[in-house]
Design a protein around this ligand. Structure first.
Ligand code: 3BY
Ligand code: FES
Ligand code: FE
Length: 411
């Protein structure tokens, strides 16, 4: 039986409000289908402009089977390329990041300009035409300090993403921030389990003592109902919007991305144990007030974010296999903030390092239980897990639309 037809049937007959069936979380072929249908075709957040502040700075990423490299050109434009040499395919950039006037393949030193064009290939004969062998480009867009790429030949329209993210993110000036810290953890669970766990705070009180000092566990903060009837959130939005900071909950009609500025608990300003700012210099000079809470930005399938007054934290999800996912966390601060003077790195990173580790353990135990032949889809809490239901709904609809579209094209 053809896999696509099976998956389509399972998704269409899915019991609404329930978790997915087992193979969606553990099966290699289902994973491959996720990669081909979502990851190789849609926009993915890969990193920040400020990770490559100067011409020749680059960083690499592995998206399923595709090694890619993002590089800032002499014209300051950020471009993305397939990181596979046009000679015999060696990875051109073998490090996680670096700086170089040209990109030189270590195998036989074919040399590419920062715009991807091949400028040097030793002794390839008179008739060799360098212009035919530039690095293959990957669609690349930078918005308010966030770099998105798309591996498809034809990328979906990026304009709606830009229009939604830009006004919310711009006041925070993240394109000129500084990376204070970055780490990557591997969670032994399917990428959808990482997301499902992230999309609810039903688990927070019992699992995240550090985060719960400042982040509200109420579903209004994490879910998709916006302010609900919470006057505290409505007041927060009114105050922030009056100060020129777009804040109201806004979700794209497809459900793929959304923004909202949520208040933290009581007087908390930052994700520290005390709730006080971890960084003495505010993140952005364009934010005129304090106590702005956390700007939440979600874009499926790669990123969730918290932007605070004193720092920002981005999270990048990249699947490794059916049961392994890499989560990269980046802490951004004002570019002039000095470690040890304006902030203490341990204080800045403590809460989310703890929270990430707790979430990793949850995801891994969840994956363990799902591997059991006794597992069957279970019901989400409507009150607390609306965000998870929305994620699964997005996944299901997206897969059905794409798989049906592909079928229509083939017949
Ligand atoms: O990163 C987050 O925002 C989510 C929300 C609640 C739990 N989790 C850590
Ligand atoms: Fe890159 Fe030979 S494979 S130079
Ligand atoms: Fe959590």
């Amino acid at each position: 039986m053809d896999l696509q037809a099976t998956v389509l049937r399972q998704l269409k007959n899915r019991r609404e409000g329930f978790s997915l069936e087992q193979p969606f979380y553990i099966d290699q072929d289902y994973f491959k289908l996720d990669m081909e249908t979502i990851w190789y075709r849609d926009w993915l957040f890969v990193g920040h402009d400020c990770e490559i502040p100067r011409a020749g700075n680059y960083f690499t990423a592995q998206i399923g089977d595709y090694p890619v490299v993002m590089v800032r050109g002499k014209d300051q434009v950020i471009r993305a390329f397939h990181n596979t040499c046009r000679h015999r395919g060696h990875r051109v950039c073998t490090q996680a990041r670096g700086a170089s006037a040209k990109l030189v393949c270590p195998y036989h030193q074919w040399t590419y300009d920062l715009d991807g064009s091949l400028v040097f290939a030793r002794q390839m004969g008179e008739t060799f035409d360098k212009s035919e062998f530039g690095l293959k480009t990957v669609h690349c867009e930078s918005v308010a300090g966030y770099i998105f790429i798309c591996l498809a030949n034809e990328a979906p329209d990026f304009a709606p993403v830009r229009a939604s993210i830009e006004p919310y993110m711009k006041p925070h000036r993240l394109w000129e921030a500084k990376v204070a810290h970055q780490n990557t953890i591997i969670e032994k669970g399917n990428w959808k389990l990482v997301w499902e766990n992230n999309r609810e705070c039903y688990h927070c009180a019992a699992n995240h003592p550090e985060l719960c000092r400042t982040y509200p566990e109420a579903p209004t903060a994490t879910g998709v109902q916006g302010a609900g009837d919470d006057p505290f959130i409505a007041e927060h939005w009114a105050r922030c919007e009056a100060a020129g900071l777009p804040s109201e909950f806004k979700m794209d009609p497809t459900g793929q991305f959304r923004t909202a500025r949520m208040p933290l608990i009581q007087d908390a300003e930052s994700y520290t144990m005390s709730g006080k700012p971890a960084v003495r210099k505010p993140l952005s000079s364009e934010v005129p007030i304090s106590h702005i809470g956390t700007m939440l930005l979600f874009h499926y399938p790669t990123t969730w974010n918290h932007i605070l007054g004193d720092h920002a934290i981005s999270f990048r999800v990249l699947p490794i296999s059916a049961e392994e996912t890499a989560v990269t966390t980046t802490w951004l601060v004002n570019k002039d903030a000095v470690e040890g003077v304006d902030y203490d790195l341990e204080e800045l990173t403590h809460v989310w390092n703890m929270t990430n580790d707790q979430d990793r353990s949850i995801v891994e135990e969840n994956a363990f239980g799902i591997r059991s032949p006794a597992y069957e889809p279970g019901p989400y809490s409507v009150g607390h897990e609306g965000g998870v239901m929305q994620f699964v709904e997005w996944y299901t609809t997206f897969m059905i639309n794409r798989l049906q579209g592909d079928k229509a094209r083939l017949t």
